[in-house]
Design a protein around this ligand. Structure first.
Ligand code: SF4
Ligand code: SF4
Length: 91
């Protein structure tokens, strides 16, 4: 089974409060934007009009890859509140 097939089996309960926030003033001058490449869920993207970096909290695997790879400290990251977030089903 491929990784994306395993991820597709996971269940998510989305919190109304985002558990990841970006400090746009730090993202704007970022030249590498590694967050766009490291997220296994592909949850980081660029807004079409503004070009701002965006993150979609729904579908977060809570792996922390984005947090550990952003050397600018632009990511305010915490686990979702109790009862919310990912429930793994395939290890
Ligand atoms: S989250 Fe970090 S790596 Fe991504 S654009 Fe912002 S500063 Fe750059
Ligand atoms: S914690 Fe992992 S899955 Fe969630 S947004 Fe960051 S890199 Fe993506």
């Amino acid at each position: 089974m491929r990784v994306d097939e395993k991820i597709a089996l996971d269940a998510f309960r989305q919190d109304s409060e985002p558990h990841i926030r970006l400090r746009q003033e730090r993202c704007a001058p970022c030249p590498d934007r590694v967050c766009l490449r490291v997220c296994p869920g592909g949850l980081y993207s660029l807004a079409e009009t503004s070009g701002e970096v965006r993150v979609e909290c729904s579908g977060c695997l809570e792996c922390g890859s984005c947090l550990s790879s952003c050397i600018r400290g632009a990511i305010d990251w915490s686990y979702p509140r109790g009862g919310f977030g990912v429930r793994y089903r395939a290890g």
